[in-house]
Design a protein around this ligand. Sequence first.
Ligand code: NAD
Length: 451
Amino acid sequence: MSITSYNPADPADLVVAVEAPGAEAVRAAVGRARAAQGGWLAAGAGARSAALGRIAEAVEAHAEELAALIVREVGKPLAEARGEVARTAAIWRYYAQAPYEPSGAVHEPAAGPGLLLTRRRPYGVAGLIAPWNFPLAIPSWKAAPALAVGNTAVLKPAPEATACALRLAELAALPEDVLTVVPGGAEEGSALVDAADVVSFTGSTGVGRAVVRAATGRGVPVQAELGGLNAALVLPDADVELAAGHIAAAIAGYAGQKCTATSRVIAVGSAYQPLREALVKALAAVDDSVCGPVVNAAARERMVGAVSSAVEAGASVLVGGQVPERAGWYVEPTLLAEVPAQHPLAREEFFGPVAVLHAAADLDEAIALANDTPHSLATSVHTRSLDAALAAADRLDAGMIRVNAPSSGVDFHLPFGGTKGASHGEREQGRAALEFYTVSRTVSVLPGGGL
Ligand code: NAD
């Protein structure tokens, strides 16, 4: 079987085709990575810091080439692709400082002389499984902290993002077997989960649950960042134009293919009508420089099917809803109202530029609606009232709460993840990732006598 990825804006353009290596090749790659790990750790903090810093420089030196590859392979609009490349360099630079971070603390012994201390140590080989939608940033925010603290890493990218991952590893130019990219699909992914010493997964909820079961069954630490069904709450006192701009960007930016994209808009009280009008206008004005195609034909079919089944169930399309007549897997940015509460469009992640508009009588009802999902990753709140913002921050059950900002936005130096079914295990990014990729040891050093 071969692993292929095609240009979503021009499906005749085959970006890469490689033979699927199979499970045995994954096990062999993990074996080589395990053999290389001792040397990578022993090279020391300075060597690891310098190596990660060089990756940041290499990414910057090839920024335009990498942005063009992201555009071609996963259909991301150029401005966002450039933003992702800049963020990728920033992630490597940030974690380049991590090898020098304290790795533990010194404590007083309960009795007698000596030293009592904690020390965090790497697990060995980190198995990293990534989705296609941030083809450089997600592999980087997994690999950089794992490597910084002395693990080696084996990365299995999504088939749709194979070329980006291979190029990143090439530019990284780390010592042999320190960072290995194994292309592949489910077979290679599950072989990696079965062989690695610590597992980090980002992707869809169904696959993620299976990965968590497999890793916990083996007793290895696992984190999983999964799908989101993110809400935007708009209060009557909000600046409606500003809110509509942020929300349209969160619905349609990169065709809604971000785990933090907004797919439910909840308008409170008198905000409903003006917001509805402003959002229709903002979404109708979105062009290719913001939205772009969805990743493949199946994703487009799924979305179009869901929109027409919602319409049959009584929903109305306020804007969009059509597949434009052009090459490439495009879907118009779409907003629907009166979608029945139990319809899949209101309950499941569709990963496209499609959102539903709900009305809520007051903030309490809006918060209850927003919290009524297991996929609680990011929620935005649009208001000029400090009290409403504080109430939302207290009561919204989401991993990220963003006041007067689009739901889609991530700071790589802070912990990142969802609540309930959106996330499993420790947080990614920031310093939280350094904890995840290490285990704490408690060391007691007592006098040996004779002094
Ligand atoms: P996916 O679940 O189809 O694939 C993710 C990865 O898992 C790919 O590398 C895939 O090859 C691999 N895989 C598939 N089957 C496997 C198995 N049985 N065992 C191990 N690995 C397996 O997801 P996708 O379509 O690549 O990405 C889109 C999804 O990712 C969306 O649901 C989106 O919300 C989610 N996502 C979440 C976050 C987050 O941080 N929460 C970020 C980006 C994307």
